[in-house]
Ligand binder design. Sequence first.
Ligand code: DUC
Ligand code: ZN
Ligand code: ZN
Length: 482
Amino acid sequence: LGVGTTDLDLAIVNGTVVTATDVVSCDLGIKDGRVALIGTGLGSSAANTIDATGKLLLPGGIDAHCHLDQESPSGLRHADDFYSGSRAAAGGGTTTIIPFANQKKHTPLRAIIHDYHERARGKAIIDYAFHLIISDPSEQSVGQELPALIREGYTSFKVFMTYDALRLTDGQILNLLAMARREGALVMVHAENHDCIVWLTEQLMAAGHTAPRYHTDAHSAVGEREATHRAIALAEIAAAPVLIVHVSAKEAMREIQYAQSRGLPVLAETCPQYLVLDSTQLDCAGFEGAKYICSPPPRDAADQEALWRGLASGVFQVFSSDHAPYRYADSGGKMKHGPNAPFSHIANGIPGLETRLPLLFSYGVRRGRIDINQFVAVTATNPAKIYGLYPQKGTLAIGSDADVAIWDPDKEVRITHSLLHDNMDYTPYEGTTVRGWPVMTISRGDVVCTDGEVVKAAGRGRFLPCKQPMVGTAGAIPGVRN
Ligand code: DUC
Ligand code: ZN
Ligand code: ZN
């Protein structure tokens, strides 16, 4: 960029810069919102200096799976909009979010995109892209609208194998996979067997098993495994890459591993709730278990262990929150059908935007399950590559956006909801103590959060058009351990 130290807007000095491959003690120089210099002695004449002695400088996190201001299949709207959601993200060291623009049936995709841009405009405080959710794959949507939108920067979309309002047939998914392959897009799949969920729910209801804990039985690991296998088979037939989102169980993970071992371009995501929570939480007294209802559900210790190994060995490339916020004591949230509602009528989803990174740092890095480079890879670099935002986002390199999370690796925090910046009334991680916390979050060179205080106003976040996904032909992402 041809800048000298005297031209820098900001120098972050004396810290340890971490990327997906390196850990280096050096300074970061920022100019016009981008990383301009990486070196030593940069503080002498920059306009502003931040001393990061004892701190880690990580690429700001990318949360590639979160839901903001979106209607649920049952007509509820999420508790977080683009303002509260992006505040929460920034509070937790995340600088880019990729929420969903959810297609309502019989609605043109252009109208959906326009609508979600309106929801974000003037609200987001950090940068954002969109995935589409395709619920109505008409000839018009798949044949004309999607190819055009892909070229305009909407290069990933999610399909559902369950939920009446959203689920697609195998044939419809095949059509979308084939189109994605032709156009250079990526299909993300919610893989659960719909008929198994419906049948199990009927059996449980008939037996009077309506408490929140039975949600786990209705959303069986076998049904998840079957759908994961089928989604992979469909992608194999269409010769397309596929990404299985929110994998919760060892059985589904094995299907992914098997596919990867055969060289198929099958990618996968897991989330904090599957590593840190388990099914016993849904079994707490009264209605409290509703706070942990999400799909697929948290499973058990053996699943957690398997998923940790999968994260460490590269089965999973992406670690996202799946933030799907429904307030607990709220008739617009978990209690829409009252405090004794059967599990099948309780809103599906839990919050996690702000706690995603601290949980992984504490339970993953500090406990030696993954190293700090793997942390950066699954929380920032890989999502940037996979969703077409690299190298603008996801790393700290000359020319990249100066999105930096400054971490105090020793800071102990007892998570409690009042610390968080979302619009929820609970956190599933209430009372959990973590070690390691992002003490400052910087977006394009602007400090947006410092010591737990969000200091930037709504609306500074920018929309990010996504390029083609970087997905290698054998499931490998270039430059990423696999
Ligand atoms: N799938 C998601 O990705 N999020 C919330 C609920 C769901 O089923
Ligand atoms: Zn899903
Ligand atoms: Zn989701």
